[in-house]
Structures are given as structure tokens and as C-alpha cells.
Design a protein around this ligand. Structure first.
Ligand SMILES: [Fe+2]
Length: 375
């Protein structure tokens, strides 16, 4: 076992834990917070419980609901202005990956200024960001246990990372995920699968990340089809939230690979759901690795009962299909878009077992996204 850095977030997990949010936030020493959320969470009524808890905990708050999927720079700049005016001591995110990512960026902007691009990369801010408290309402992004925030700037996804961006506290209450519709549930679930697979195949994988990645993969193969079919199954929702946290802890330490590089590139250009593009790219990248990463793929086959290493990519495809996701899209992919995606994905392919050439990326992007996938 070689050196590694592991974890950073205190996690409170279980049904009903969201009711303790106010008390726990106050215990951290914060009584003025900005709450970040998105329109879907607010409309689904999921925000009401956490806000009640903050109120009864004696916490003064302002809410910012205008975070959209693939959060944009202008949204976090606006939220940071609100947080500064209000004198927020911390940022509380209630929602999926987008509000949690946005909250982390707001935390950086509040103490360092509004130029989002200045913080691209790891530890690029000077002043300590505001602390973040995360209350996930989806199982997928795992942003609630990582130190990364992904923000879209001019159709490009920009990663802002650092030790201070691990949420100080995550309150993971599976009951908050019960009302999530089938489609985003499936997207989130395939994000969990992709995190687990990429963490397990990573060159920086280590025994702790391996155990978490395989554990998460096993849970996701078992419970994702169930939550996609029957979203009110609290036990299955809880197991998927566990899987999300486990896969997140695995990749936060072991890193990700080219599937996420392609997904961030495509998500930036086409504003597509992150989990959906992962589901489209993962089996195609796995086929590319079938020989070079055979032993590691066999380990994953063993935990999720997939039929043989060459069948693992098909098993992943079948899992996505059982959740109602398409095998490909039919977008108009022009040469300009293709070039932008290849260039963005090539910039940093992460820690996969082998890098993809620009030609291989182009082929995968066209097969997964294009109406006429000539290659
Ligand atoms: Fe992801």
C-alpha cells in the first residue's frame, strides 16, 4: 500500500437526520447561513424540512434557489454577492450535485473575489473559503463527500478543488431522496457506477478506495434498478445513498479517469445531465480497456455478477437500459463542437489505466452523441 490522503467530511446518515440540521449547524458555530438550492428541490417541497430545522435551531438564513443543472459562473457570483451582503458564516446546500458544487464555489468566491477562472485547479484560492454544509437530495454526484466543485464558464466545465472544500458536515437523509423522479434517479445512479468503476481502474487506487469502489458497485447493481422502478422504496434509496457516498470517498482519494473527462467536456458544450453522459461513455471506454485492465475488470465482474470481463461493458449498458436510459443520443454534432469536446477532454484525462487518443475520443463521442455517428 502506498501513500494517500483520505476523507474530510463528517457524515450523519439515516432517515430523519435532516431534522437535526439546525442543531448541528449551530453546534459548528454558525448562526447566519446562505442556503443554496434549486427550483426542483424547492418545488418538490424537499427544502421545507431542512429550512424548518434551521429556523428552530435559531439560525438566520437567506435562500438562493437559482442554481441550475451544470451551474454557471453568473449564478455563483450572484449567490456570493447575496452571502456577503447577508454576512453569511457558512453555505448550506440542499439539493443534488449542482447546488452542492455551487455552494462550494460560493464559499471560495465569498472570501477570494468573483473571478471564477482564477480558482481552476487544486488549492488555487488564497483565503480560506467559508465552510460548507451539504444536505444531498439525490444519490449520485457525491459532491457531499468530495473537495471538488464543477462550474460551467463559457460552455466549459471548470474544476475548483481543495481540502477546504470538503463539506464540514454532510447530513445524508435517504427520506429526502424519495420524491426524485425516475430520470434524474437513473442519471445519479449511473454517476455512482461511473465513480466506482473509474476509482477502481485508477492508477492512484489503493486498498481503501478499492474496497469502497467495489462495495459501491455491488450496491448500485443491486439497488439502482429498484429505485428507478419504485422510487418510494426507502431501503433501496438508503442503499443507493450509501453507494454514492462510498463511491465518492473512493474517487475523492483515488481520482477519476477519461469517462469523466469526456462527460465534463460534453456536459459543458451541450448542457447535458452529467449522469446521462457518463452512462453513454462508460461502456464504450470499458470496451477500450477490456484487454489492458482485464484483471481489474474481472474483479468488478465478480461483485456484480456480470458475465465475463468482455461482458462487463454490456452489463453496464444493460443496467442503464433497465433504468430507462438510452444507449445513444441523436444530437447534431458539428466539427466545431467535436473539436471543442476533444480538446476539453484531452486537457486532463485523469488517472485511468491508459489515456485515449484524440481519434479514440472522437469515435466515442460520435457513437454516443451524434445523430449520424460516421467515424
Ligand atoms: Fe460524476
Amino acid at each position: 500500500m502506498s501513500d494517500f490522503l483520505f476523507g474530510g467530511t463528517r457524515i450523519q446518515f439515516g432517515e430523519g437526520k435532516a431534522r437535526r440540521l439546525g442543531r448541528e449547524t449551530l453546534a459548528l458555530g454558525f448562526d447566519r447561513v446562505l442556503v443554496m438550492s434549486d427550483p426542483g428541490v424547492a418545488e418538490a417541497g424537499v427544502l421545507a424540512g431542512p429550512l424548518d430545522s434551521l429556523e428552530s435551531g435559531g439560525i438566520d438564513y437567506r435562500t438562493f434557489h437559482d442554481v441550475h443543472p451544470n451551474p454557471r459562473a453568473e449564478e455563483v457570483v450572484a449567490a456570493a454577492a447575496m452571502a456577503r451582503d447577508f454576512g453569511a458564516q457558512a453555505v448550506v446546500a440542499v439539493g443534488g450535485g449542482s447546488p452542492i458544487d455551487a455552494a462550494k464555489a460560493v464559499a471560495v468566491l465569498c472570501t477570494n473575489g468573483d473571478d471564477v477562472l482564477r480558482y481552476e485547479g487544486e488549492e488555487r484560492y488564497r483565503e480560506k473559503p467559508l465552510p460548507v454544509v451539504a444536505v444531498p437530495t439525490t444519490a449520485g454526484s457525491a459532491s457531499e463527500v468530495t473537495g471538488w466543485s464543477i462550474i460551467t464558464v463559457d460552455r466549459r466545465k471548470v474544476g475548483i478543488g481543495g481540502r477546504d472544500l470538503y463539506p464540514r458536515l454532510t447530513v445524508a437523509d435517504p427520506a429526502l431522496t424519495l420524491s426524485l423522479p425516475r430520470e434524474p434517479t437513473a442519471h445519479g445512479g449511473m454517476d455512482v457506477v461511473t465513480h466506482a468503476v473509474e476509482a477502481y481502474l485508477s492508477r492512484r487506487a489503493h486498498p481503501l478506495s478499492d474496497a469502497l469502489a467495489l462495495g459501491a458497485l455491488k450496491l448500485a447493481f443491486r439497488f439502482l434498478p429498484e429505485v428507478a422502478k419504485n422510487g418510494r422504496n426507502l431501503l433501496a434509496r438508503g442503499r443507493m445513498l450509501e453507494a454514492s457516498i462510498m463511491s465518492g470517498q473512493a474517487f475523492a482519494s483515488a481520482s477519476l479517469g477519461p469517462v469523466h473527462a469526456l462527460a465534463e467536456a460534453a456536459g459543458g458544450v451541450y448542457d447535458l445531465p452529467h449522469g446521462l453522459v457518463n452512462a453513454l461513455f462508460l461502456p464504450r471506454v470499458l470496451r477500450h480497456y477490456a484487454v489492458g485492465a482485464r484483471k481489474r475488470i474481472e474483479d468488478m465482474v465478480a461483485v456484480c455478477d456480470a458475465p465475463g470481463p468482455t461482458g462487463f461493458s454490456t452489463a453496464v449498458e444493460d443496467l442503464a437500459a433497465r433504468c430507462g436510459l438510452p444507449q445513444s443520443l441523436s444530437l447534431e454534432v458539428g466539427p466545431g463542437e467535436l473539436e471543442a469536446m476533444v480538446s476539453a477532454a484531452s486537457r486532463d484525462q485523469g488517472e485511468g489505466p491508459g489515456d485515449l487518443s484524440p481519434e479514440e475520443m472522437q469515435k466515442i463521442l460520435l457513437q454516443a452523441l451524434a445523430r449520424d455517428p460516421a467515424d
